[in-house]
Design a protein around this ligand. Sequence first.
Ligand code: 13P
Ligand code: SF4
Length: 300
Amino acid sequence: MDELFEKIERLKEERNAVIMAHNYQPPEVQDVADLLGDSLELARKAVKTDADVIVFAGVDFMAETAKILNPEKTVLIPVRNATCAMANMLRVEHILEAKRKYPDAPVVLYVNTTADTKALADVTVTSANAVKIVEKLDSDVVIFGPDRNLASYVARMTGKKVIPVPPDGHCYVHRKFTVEDVERARELHPNARLMVHPECEPEVQERADLIASTGGMIRHAPEHDEWVVFTEREMVYRLQKLYPNIKFHPAREDAVCVGMKAVTLRSVYESLRDMKYRVEVPEPIAEKARKAIERMLEMS
Ligand code: 13P
Ligand code: SF4
């Protein structure tokens, strides 16, 4: 492992490369990353980097976002099968159909979407800024996809009418958490507070002490000394490393995102060594998607 770390460090210098990683990445990939964050933080950091090469340790829509914002840079994803099941649920036809029914409603898309659907968005959002952005939009009705739970959270917080596209878009990892998990967490850890990602089901959200994106969880963690974490399991590693004096418990050990875990330290090394796999987004699509992402960055 140490040998791989050293090889990666050497290649990073040779290629003027930066490794960006999402908070759900396996521990050893988090440890080798230069920049870690939630989807919003990573999009912001992607705009600022002056590296020539970005190795994106995350799922495909995140690497695509980095490429769309940096068309002149080389963006690599270490494996081809690192994908987000929820992003793949939304199709162009779902959006076109909703637009026919609600022609005046802006299309607000979670960044967890493919580039061709992002190209149809008026603005993208992440779980960190969705409420703020929908509040600012000059419309009481919005088309919102693909996460139904984030959509209902936004509707609750803004009082606006939110039309979910597709009707049942969801994340299989966050759907695992149930009210029984909440009750068990309260029983096992009576002094702990519960931090819950807005992709969880509404009945789990209702029982939370904090609803936040993974970046929000990091910011709010110092407010208490013990937490149960309702999101992808590796978030506990990230939080524990940042705050060794706070206790964090995963709400479920089996809350694992297969796409995120497809990336390994070896694949990061091979990616830098062989300059693979290059992320490409056709420019006509990238141009439209870029407008929606840039609008998000301006509004948040
Ligand atoms: P964050 O933006 O909170 O990091 O979430 C991304 C994601 O994929 C959650 O499942
Ligand atoms: Fe997609 Fe869910 Fe994995 Fe996040 S945890 S990347 S929403 S499948």
